[in-house]
Design a binder for this molecule. Structure first.
Ligand code: ASP
Length: 280
């Protein structure tokens, strides 16, 4: 059983030691809770549980505390992939829900598994997800001061390998901040979140770079074709370098290889393997 989570990036301009420490403390608590949960639940159930905990922590740019788009609205995107069934589900730019990852979880049993905007919100309401405004006072004042242009990234993600050997990945984001309304993030696409029976990957960084590189799906495919996770990540990140892409990933393989890497060393992450590790 293994679990790895990330709390997104810190850009150089916004690095603040106190916030970084608070994020690391939160990650170390959440990774322990997630690992305990994994003892009695599947990888799929665990990644949803763990990402919901991250969404509920306003330090991170997912769920409550998400970045505000340029029109003053928060739109959330989240996705989930079950490595065992290879089913992917997600919501793109959904408004006024507390835990978009739980809406994505509800969608995984449907034929239509990725919904956007109003359709995602209608589905959420029909499935018991009540109105919730994720805007915090902090994000509102950042928005008003127009301070958050492309900094303070802090998407969340989780990859788990359960006792049965099944993998799952989940990712949730409030986006880049100040983006054109309804801009689509990588986080609810197979570039940002992917898993099969061989590996699971969750990404953070600049969504456009991650989509151009097809990062998560590419790394998982390479592992499926025989690469180690480290080699698959290194090769994919070398390709990202060609256009100075900004990304970070966490991943686990079915053989238990656990790995993280980033193009710029600011991603905060934590893993629970044999011991707890928290780093950025
Ligand atoms: N990847 C997210 C996006 O582009 C942002 C992030 O990871 O912080 O929307």
């Amino acid at each position: 059983m293994k679990l790895i989570i990330h709390g997104g990036f810190f850009s150089e301009s916004s690095t603040n030691q106190e916030t970084k420490k608070a994020k690391q403390d939160a990650l170390s608590e959440i990774v322990v809770l997630g690992h305990d949960y994994l003892k009695t639940h599947t990888a799929l159930e665990t990644v949803v549980y763990t990402v919901a905990l991250l969404e509920d922590n306003e330090l991170f740019n997912a769920g409550i505390g998400s970045q505000i788009q340029s029109d003053g609205k928060v739109r959330l995107s989240a996705s989930l992939m079950d490595g065992n069934t290879e089913k992917f589900s997600g919501v793109i730019n959904v408004e006024d829900v507390k835990n978009p990852i739980e809406v994505a979880k509800d969608l995984i049993t449907y034929d239509d598994r990725v919904l956007s905007g109003d359709g995602a919100q209608n589905f959420a309401r029909k499935n018991g997800h009540e109105f919730f405004n994720p805007i915090t006072a902090q994000r509102q004042s950042e928005y008003e001061a127009k301070l958050n242009q492309n900094n303070n990234l802090g998407t969340v993600g989780c990859v788990a390998l359960d006792a049965e050997g099944n993998l799952a990945a989940a990712t949730s984001t409030g986006g880049k901040g100040f983006e054109i309304p309804c801009r689509v993030s990588d986080s609810a696409t197979v570039a940002g979140n992917y898993a099969n029976q061989h590996a699971g990957i969750s990404c953070t960084g600049v969504g456009e770079d991650i989509v151009s590189n097809a990062t998560a799906a590419k790394i998982v495919t390479r592992v499926t074709d025989g690469f180690s996770l480290k080699d698959a990540c290194d090769k994919s990140f070398a390709e990202l370098k060609a256009f100075d892409g900004f990304a970070g990933v966490i991943g686990i393989t079915s053989s238990g290889e656990i790995y993280h890497c980033d193009s710029h060393p600011y991603m905060v992450w934590a893993s629970f393997d044999v011991n707890l590790q928290v780093f950025n």
